[in-house]
Design a protein around this ligand. Structure first.
Ligand SMILES: Cc1cc2nc3c(=O)[nH]c(=O)nc-3n(C[C@H](O)[C@H](O)[C@H](O)COP(=O)(O)OP(=O)(O)OC[C@H]3O[C@@H](n4cnc5c(N)ncnc54)[C@H](O)[C@@H]3O)c2cc1C
Length: 254
């Protein structure tokens, strides 16, 4: 399952950003918000909704070229190639020149969650992007947004742009009630610790009639189960159901 490109904003020129951390906030027990900001972000242009960037993680002892650009980083790939992980821009403030990332602190160690766990003001985060962003279908009768906590930043950003009065149903799978976050519309929160699953919750729901525009993101097997349910049991057309795998259990991301 790949990231869908239909109805996405245009891809901006690829640019590398190296930006200091301004703030770190423990939003829930398993979610850390890292705000990066400074003049380095003065010409960052937001693509909106589920826009994401590729974070670059270099070994601590590596000497990086100055200036560090996408070109100079690529030129040294033969010697040192960063580990990369994809993250959503939760919020971009063009006046304050700030961007927020929400990192899920999952139990299995990985470079991105480990970096977020120890991030402190002054640390520098390197990233490339942003990607094009999903454009909700303005002709759909209703919008289905479903994902786990890694998709929460995107779900919140998509809800911000849905027109007033748009009918939406939102399902979010998190570990337990401590991981729930305020959203601008009512959501169905599914608790993994209590045995809940995204596909199970959607299957049990009374959903609106009419043509759906479904944006779905999360762990791969959860996406497969959800897509199968929506296409096979609900009979929704393929074109209206767009799942994206954000991570795979037991496999490292990129
Ligand atoms: C377009 C896109 C946008 C994304 N946006 C966000 C975002 O805003 N916030 C966010 O937190 N994540 C987001 N993700 C998911 C994130 O990229 C992955 O979870 C990534 O694998 C985390 O990297 P890591 O270095 O911490 O762990 P990795 O080194 O990739 O993986 C190490 C181990 O941890 C497991 N693992 C990875 N992620 C999780 C998880 N969430 N829960 C439990 N186990 C896990 C893996 O299966 C593996 O066994 C996004 C992914 C995509 C494709």
């Amino acid at each position: 399952m790949t990231v869908h490109t239909a109805r996405r904003s245009r891809r901006p020129a690829t640019k590398l950003w190296r930006v200091p951390v301004r703030r770190v906030e423990q939003v829930t027990p398993r979610l850390t918000r890292v705000t990066v900001g400074g003049d380095e972000l003065a010409d960052f242009v937001s693509a909106g909704t589920d826009q994401n960037v590729m974070l670059y993680f270099y070994p601590d002892d590596v000497e990086l070229p100055e200036p560090l650009t996408f070109g100079s980083a690529r030129a040294m790939w033969a010697q040192v190639r960063p580990l990369t992980r994809t993250y959503t821009i939760r919020r971009h403030d063009p006046e304050a020149h700030e961007v927020d990332f929400d990192f899920v602190l999952h139990d299995a160690p990985g470079p991105a969650s480990a970096w977020a766990k120890r991030a402190r003001p002054g640390d520098r985060l390197i990233f490339v992007g942003p990607s094009p962003a999903y454009q909700p279908d303005p002709t759909a009768d209703w919008h289905l947004l479903a994902g786990d906590e890694t998709a929460l930043p995107a779900i919140a950003a998509i809800l911000d742009v849905l027109p007033e009065g748009a009918v939406s149903r939102v399902f979010v799978e998190v570990e337990d009630a401590d991981e729930e976050l305020p959203l601008p519309v009512e959501a169905t929160w599914v608790h993994r610790a209590a045995g809940g699953s995204l596909a199970g919750a959607v299957a049990a729901a009374d959903l609106p009639e009419g043509r759906v525009d479904a944006w779905l993101a999360g762990e791969r097997s959860s996406m497969v189960a959800l897509r199968t349910h929506l296409l096979d049991q609900r009979g929704y057309p393929r074109g209206g159901v767009r799942p994206t795998t954000y991570w795979r259990r037991g496999e490292t991301g990129s």
